[in-house]
Design a protein around this ligand. Sequence first.
Ligand code: FAD
Length: 501
Amino acid sequence: MTLPLEQYDYVVIGSGLAGLSFAASVAAHGRVAVLTKAEISDSNTQWAQGGIAAAVGEADKWEFHERDTMVAGGGINDPAAVRYLVQHAAESIDWLLSLGANFDREDGELALGMEGGHSQHRIVKHADRTGWEVERTVVHAVRSNPNITVFEKAFVTQLLIENGRCVGAVAEVDLLGLRAFGAKVVLLATGGCGRMYQHTTNPRVATGDGIGLAHDIGAEISEMEFMQFHPTTLYHNQLRSFLITEAVRGAGGTLRNHNGRRFMYDYDPRLELSPRDVVARAIEAEMKKLETWCVYLDTTHLSPELLKHEFPTIWEKLESIDIQMDRDWIPVVPAQHYSCGGVKTDIDGRSSIPGLYAAGEVARTGVHGANRLASNSLLEAMVFARAASVAALEETHVPPERLTVKPAKSVTEADAVRLRRLLQHQTTKGAGIVKTNDGLAETASLIDKLMKEYERLPAAPFSTYSLETRNLIIAAQYVVQGAIDRQANVGLHYNADLVTA
Ligand SMILES: Cc1cc2nc3c(=O)[nH]c(=O)nc-3n(C[C@H](O)[C@H](O)[C@H](O)COP(=O)(O)OP(=O)(O)OC[C@H]3O[C@@H](n4cnc5c(N)ncnc54)[C@H](O)[C@@H]3O)c2cc1C
């Protein structure tokens, strides 16, 4: 079918920190359409607890932040991207402050938290609701800008290509049907893909749609095997993977096994403040050794005033299920948390397809290398989206007035639910924290079958759940193939059949 393209200067897909930072920055230079598949605030950004890393403390320097980022990333980070990130951290925090962000302060100065892998106190935060505050700030900036039109419940199904250039996107918009949007620049800011696993801290929207969309037009996608698992999410059979931020360990929380032993002594001299991959693997090993479903985070030696003040959301959530942080140990398990890889970009956010930029969790900028340093991702989303907003001003291509569009194929929701469950079960089993050659081969083969089955099944009416499931299957293919191809253990990639590099 042929559709007219509604003309904008910039089309932004996704309304987390990356998408809205770009939209707010570029709007002075043209009309912007933000397409987002749920409500504007539905995003990983909204759920971020810990904060934003920035070397803004008196004793800190960007060089220290750079070193910590490279160490966490196993040294395979892109050094130029890391330097760009850490050198632009302070000005990005200033930018958020100028938009009205309210961060914790002590004697008038920003109160900086400490997290695993950081050598300095450098986490800018809003108690344990930093993501909420950051999202509130950028949503307000975007909502009050007349040059930006936000389309909520607008599910992007396709990126439009003309002569090898991305010229727009197609979205199924609630109540309006299939609409096509043209622009000189399209920014992909669709966030993560955590929903491919059984246990994830990511909200429902994190279904790897950007990976599916970029894959369909042949954009380069890389390093998806570097999947971060958060070591400490609440273990509870009814609450889904509620995150207990790293900052709780930063404040002095300790990890204990079923016997009460502080087991991190057996794994790493950095103890509970070791990088996340080290802590997650230690927890998994401990659970296997003692045949238990969880380990415990002990905060009973910390003052209730401090706990309530620093972690109000966690305190409240735990209290609602009868866990008192100052009296009880908190049962925790690791869960998928962050995707380091994604659509490959340069420092200005350009993907391998002209006209298509990417920023935030969907992008692979190179800053994380083999592992993301805690609280570097909100920073990355903001810094590179803002860099992209400057580079985008140079683009002048005029999109066509009409283009042929191929409606995406949905399958029935019952089939999609079944395929997604099978996928989640297998990725958790074969492409999780500790991998093996056999597990990866089995997972690759099942994913292949799931994709073939999706293609074979009869077409059904449009369903976001179904298209998200297809995107998850595509993203999982990259995760598994990346893990098969990577023949040395580094950072988050740990294959028990390889000798540790
Ligand atoms: C529980 C939790 C805690 C975290 N804590 C921290 C922290 O303390 N510090 C830190 O730095 N990072 C943290 N992170 C990671 C960080 O929040 C994310 O990496 C970051 O917010 C990603 O921002 P983003 O803009 O790229 O994506 P998101 O914020 O996830 O936004 C993606 C957007 O794309 C939209 N979208 C997706 N697919 C489509 C589609 N097909 N069509 C239209 N719209 C679509 C979504 O609806 C959403 O609006 C945390 C993550 C989680 C889940």
